[in-house]
Ligand binder design. Sequence first.
Ligand code: PHE
Length: 355
Amino acid sequence: MMDDLRDKYLAAIASAADEASLEELRVAAVGKKGEVSLKMRGLGKMTPEERQVAGPALNALKDEINSALTAKKIALADEALDARLAEEWLDVTLPSRPRPEGTIHPVSQVTEEVTAILADMGFAVAEGPQIEDDWYNFDALNIPSHHPARTEMDTFYMHRAEGDNRPPHVLRTHTSPVQIRSMQQHGAPLRIICPGRVYRADYDQTHTPMFHQVEGLAIDKDISMANLKWVLEEFFSAFFGTSVKTRFRASHFPFTEPSAEVDIQCSWEGGTVKVGEGDGWLEVLGSGMVHPKVLEAGGIDPAEWQGFAFGMGIDRMAMLKYGVPDLRAFFDSDLRWLRHYGFRSLAVPTLHGGL
Ligand code: PHE
């Protein structure tokens, strides 16, 4: 009778497929109302002699079933782990999958280079919106409405809702509005550069409707054109890796007085430009002493402060340094061009690395 019970449960435990059926078997055999437990309760009705035989036998049976349950439970867990290990196995010696690697665009590279050089000279990087209030783009820079400079700049105007008569926002035509925003935000003294995108409706070999400038602004008590010239010559020499002469030509911008356009020394031979040699000149930026009205618009007292500003074309600098003949190719997204003129993503430009 007890042997039947033993065989029945041990066989069932051995063939249990999961933990849930093991639990069912445990309840059926040794749970409160399990078959073995009921039999143990029946011991009381036995004669002492019968009990002496049946008691130890039942206890032994209970122990045997419990250990069988525990052993099976461990075996099931081991099987599950083995199955998972087999399934999730990974060959770490396989070669990695090829991953397409892009390149850094020359404009990004040159922006980094320009920033590294000027940051080293004490200029902080400032930013402003590309969709700009016309006050920041024009009025605050001493370009009132109807000033010819507004039309000369081939401005893109944003659309205004019907009936909204406020002057339209513009796509900024230069980075100069960031001068005003920085003055308002930080006051004087101030030393910032602002690299960024600018927009003008223009398109030929040296003009695209979107291009890049870097603005420079230095305001302090006694800053002069001499400081401007030193900063620019230091900058060009570091950027081109050779000493570069500059030529200041008197010019006119509404936001600077006096104003100068700056040329750098170069040679033209066989259709290629070489910077820092020869007796040719190439115009690369506009500059001057910040106009008192512009300081006022920025909330800075022109009786106390003065300074210089410049605006340089980043794309033009990239064309010169890396010998790119056509500006439009910068924005064609031609993969062959990008692979040829692009830079390795890990080759970060630094001053000590020669940029
Ligand atoms: N904003 C001028 C331009 O885009 C450049 C400039 C900047 C000139 C600062 C003088 C001072 O042409």
